[in-house]
Design a protein around this ligand. Structure first.
Ligand SMILES: NC(=O)c1ccc[n+]([C@@H]2O[C@H](COP(=O)([O-])OP(=O)(O)OC[C@H]3O[C@@H](n4cnc5c(N)ncnc54)[C@H](O)[C@@H]3O)[C@@H](O)[C@H]2O)c1
Length: 236
């Protein structure tokens, strides 16, 4: 399904990114792991030179770039503070790290990408829906205020991009997961599951096939789409 496609996965060491790398390889694609913790391509997405260099290096080595997956997730140590406790500097830093690299990655990618290639960016249910804060009751945690601002920005930038590059046969889509199980507080898991139509969080391996599909030629007429992989969270 992804035979010989060269795909750069930013954030390929993460909970979801690891499964994306596995799934691309299973489908006979070539997955390049670009992550601050990677042994493959160790890069910092907030460093513009790192981004320029990785595209240059991958293109020199493989002669093509067919896909870009944006699922790196840098955040500050105080990510998760309540709205009242967020400093302006923290808000600014998270927007800068999570949202702003997408323009450099897009510009650099487009220097090499040809007809048939595509972008998959990561949104979230919280880029589309408001929060149900009852799921955090009894957990001591909350959902960061900058997250919906950043994710909605990414989702709508992806629509802009789809429209901008469509005439070249290049596609751009989002995948928006719901909560993914990562040994969270059991109270949170119970609350989240109760609210969710499928009555559970996602397994990380359940997000990856949606990414592979959008990268593949089977999705050749799908662009500007935001594919919810959320167990029905956003349907109710
Ligand atoms: N996990 C969830 O429940 C969930 C739900 C909805 C959406 N998402 C989205 O999915 C995407 C991936 O999330 P995840 O849960 O796999 O996150 P994660 O924290 O497990 O992984 C993120 C990866 O990004 C890498 N990274 C961090 N800073 C970096 C930097 N400056 N440069 C390069 N790499 C860097 C980390 O090393 C890590 O491997 C994110 O966009 C997130 O918002 C996740």
């Amino acid at each position: 399904m992804l035979k010989d496609k060269v795909i750069i996965v930013f954030g390929g060491c993460g909970l979801i990114g690891r499964e994306i790398i596995k799934d691309i390889k299973k489908k006979n694609g070539i997955a390049i792991n670009a992550d601050i913790n990677s042994n493959d391509y160790k890069i910092d997405i907030t460093n513009n030179d790192d981004i320029k260099n990785i595209f240059k290096e991958v293109y020199t080595k493989y002669g093509r770039i067919d896909g870009i997956v944006n699922c790196a997730y840098p955040r500050t140590k105080d990510w998760g503070n309540k709205l009242e406790d967020i400093s302006f500097e923290s808000w600014q830093k998270n927007v800068d790290m999570q949202l702003n690299p997408i323009i450099v990655i897009t510009q650099e990618g487009l220097k090499y990408m040809k007809e048939g290639s595509s972008f998959v960016n990561f949104g979230s249910i919280y880029g589309v829906c408001g929060n149900d804060f009852t799921i955090y009751e009894g957990t001591g945690g909350t959902s960061p205020a900058a997250y919906p601002a950043i994710k909605a920005g990414i989702i709508n930038f992806t629509r802009y991009l789809a429209s901008y590059v469509g005439h070249k046969g290049i596609r751009a889509n989002c995948v928006s997961p719901g909560g993914v199980f990562d040994n969270q507080n059991p109270v949170f898991v119970k609350n989240y599951s109760h609210r969710s139509p499928l009555k559970r969080l996602a397994k990380p391996s359940e997000i990856a096939p949606a990414v592979s599909f959008l990268l593949s030629d089977e999705a050749s007429y799908i662009t500007g789409h935001n594919l919810m992989v959320d167990g029905g969270w956003s349907a109710i």
